[in-house]
Ligand binder design. Structure first.
Ligand SMILES: C[S@@+](CC[C@H](N)C(=O)[O-])C[C@H]1O[C@@H](n2cnc3c(N)ncnc32)[C@H](O)[C@@H]1O
Length: 209
């Protein structure tokens, strides 16, 4: 079987994610994301530390967080996206790494954000990733993530952003159970888009309990 990570990494290096999905860099162009990010921010202390896993080009989300006074660290597997993010959000810290492999200190972040990224990792690794997120959060820390909604076993497409791409996911219900099973209390969840259509996502705001 082909290595899913290699497909994803190459896909973002060769394709143009920004052109298809992030040309609008104002937060109010993404009302659902803004509502969920603001819901998280209301529960965080001023200047809180936020880790963004799969940060992409840093706009609009990391830019919004930094402009709102938060201390942001972004991690992404694509060097191209890390370079964009550094240009777009010079006051945040960005590191090229695989979110599953990066070393994270215990109890070091007030919140972890991961939007439209975890579904690029084989689903069998999602539980370990959420346990890692749990460990790196401070007590009562928050996780705001999007996940897939349907069972997908390394689904591949030939042309996503002008390049190949791959996704892997459990169902919406199984994802909610998985997050709770890793010790989180789910504060809010909602669906983005419609079941059976592309861009159907599960948003979860959860607290380390
Ligand atoms: C759909 S984009 C979302 C980017 C950003 N979160 C946003 O919403 O604009 C997915 C991002 O996840 C990154 N990514 C995929 N697999 C990753 C991994 N294993 N570790 C770190 N980043 C990864 C990709 O390089 C890409 O930048």
């Amino acid at each position: 079987m082909r290595d899913m990570r290699e497909i994803v990494k190459r896909g973002y290096e060769e394709g143009d994610y920004r052109k298809k999905y992030r040309l609008k860099d104002r937060m109010d162009e993404y009302p659902l994301a803004k509502k969920n990010i603001d819901r998280m921010l209301e529960l965080l202390p001023e200047g809180a530390s936020i880790l963004d896993l799969g940060c992409g080009p840093g706009i609009p989300f990391d830019k919004y967080l930094v402009e709102s006074g938060y201390d942001v660290t972004g991690i992404d597997i694509s060097q191209k996206h890390i370079d964009f993010a550094k240009d777009n959000v010079p006051d945040a810290t960005f590191l090229k790494s695989d979110m599953s492999e990066v070393d994270l200190d215990e109890g070091s972040f007030h919140a972890v954000l991961s939007l439209y990224a975890i579904f690029h990792i084989p689903k069998e690794e999602h539980e370990d990733l959420f346990s890692k997120i749990f460990r790196t959060l401070k007590s009562s820390g928050l996780a705001l993530v999007t996940l897939g909604t349907e069972l997908e076993d390394e689904k591949e497409v030939g042309d996503f952003i002008g390049s190949e791409m791959a996704w892997s996911s459990y169902t919406l219900e199984a994802n909610l159970r998985l997050v709770e099973g890793c010790g989180f209390e789910i504060l809010h969840w909602e669906e983005e888009g419609r079941k059976g259509y592309p861009e159907h996502h599960l948003w979860i705001l959860a607290r380390k309990s």
